[in-house]
Design a protein around this ligand. Structure first.
Ligand SMILES: *Cc1c(COP(=O)(O)O)cnc(C)c1O
Length: 374
């Protein structure tokens, strides 16, 4: 395949542009520190992971073998009950969250979904797709769910099975709802029919490495968990992992003759490349490498919070969070550094590729722009 000269130039310019922009990206939870170019030969084959990664499939150009290793790695991180879990590589956490809510709805068709104000914007859309009843719960200032509001709201509807959509790392403030605490609220009320889905899009990549370990996983009470692969795991292609207790999945899967497999996933054709990407990151870095990345990122986050405060900018972050929140700087700064902003606050997310030098640069820009020292 050959391109005309102008087309080749367009492509080359685009590459230069995105490389430049990647150096100025501080506001979204995406990591750029891993290089997956060793996988480029796989662009010459049409991998397709349709069907259940744990079942044989008629179409043999799939990477199910790698996909199983990837989901097993995440199952271990999330302390899934041995041989009692199932999972697959998704297109991202929006799909993982849709999947978790779908399992919950099949289990409790009359259930009521509870989620906090600080939940990701995709949650309302997913609830709309699934036509599930829902109630929004207040958040604390930190972004964590307000447990008192949750308890009171549950108390009024004890006859309706609750489906709790917990955030482990909210989008704006990286607040973590405490899954164990939610579990004990439900225990106290003797509510047996219940489901907890955990949206761990960003933090699921490193929650297991934090000290103290956040309460977020299967042992803490989760029924299903969604994690993104393009966030902490630095996949250059959006992807994710969803994990669930096996008994929930067994209710929905049915055999499809055409693919010779079980139809347990949301998409039909599925990406065969992203399981290779995640597998490569996991095998090349291992737990030790991942721990080093999160330690470096936490160090940068502490530095960012400290430097902003030293400069008179009121910055803060949740415990052990990579996200530093501060009053919105002038628009030119937000645009240049791609800083997400909501309700007058902006944030920098100190992903592993971000260095202290970058933080110094953005701070200089904020100061030079004459931002009010508040
Ligand atoms: C990023 C994010 C999502 C959506 O994940 P995608 O992988 O982009 O679909 C959902 N919830 C939270 C908390 C997120 O940070």
């Amino acid at each position: 395949m050959m391109l005309s000269l102008p087309d080749q130039m367009q492509l080359d310019q685009f590459l230069a542009q995105v490389r430049h922009l990647a150096g100025l990206e501080l506001g979204y939870p995406v990591a750029f520190d891993l290089d997956f170019s060793a996988l480029t030969p796989f662009l010459t084959v049409s991998l397709n992971n349709a069907g259940d990664p744990f079942e044989p499939m008629t179409y043999q150009l799939n990477s199910h073998e790698f996909e199983r290793e990837v989901v097993s790695f995440f199952a271990e991180l999330a302390r899934a009950p041995e041989d009692q879990w199932w999972g697959y590589v998704t297109n991202g956490s929006t799909e993982g969250n849709l999947y978790g809510l779908y399992l919950a709805r099949e289990l409790f068709p009359d259930g009521m979904v509870y989620f906090s104000q600080d939940s990701h914007y995709s949650v309302s859309k997913n609830l709309h797709f699934l036509n599930m009843r829902h109630i929004m719960i207040r958040s604390q200032d930190s972004g964590e769910i307000d447990y008192d509001d949750l308890r009171e709201t549950l108390r009024i509807r004890r006859d309706v099975p609750p489906i709790i959509f917990a955030n482990v790392g909210t989008t704006m403030k990286e607040a973590r709802d405490d899954v164990g605490r939610i579990q004990s609220i439900l225990d106290d009320m003797a509510i047996e029919n219940r489901y907890i889905h955990v949206d761990a899009a960003l933090c699921g990549g490193y929650a297991a490495y934090l000290e103290p370990r956040p309460s977020w996983d299967f042992e803490d009470g989760a029924d299903s968990i969604a994690i993104s692969g393009h966030k902490f795991f630095a996949s250059p292609i959006p992807c994710g992992v969803v994990l669930a207790r096996r008994s929930h999945v067994e209710r929905i899967g049915h055999s499809v003759a055409y693919i010779g497999s079980m139809d347990t996933t949301i998409s039909g054709s599925r990406n065969g490349l992203t399981p290779l990407v995640l597998w490569y990151a996991i095998r090349a870095l291992g737990h030790e490498g991942m721990k080093r990345r999160i330690e470096h990122a936490l160090d940068t986050a502490a530095y960012t919070e400290e430097q902003l405060n030293k400069a008179g900018i009121k910055a803060w972050r949740n415990p052990n969070a990579l996200t530093v929140i501060f009053p919105q700087p002038p628009r030119a700064v937000c645009e240049k550094w791609q800083l997400a902003t909501a309700n007058g606050n902006s944030h920098i997310i100190c992903m592993p590729h971000i260095t202290r030098e970058k933080i110094d640069e953005v701070l200089n820009d904020i100061l030079a722009s004459g931002a009010e020292a508040s």
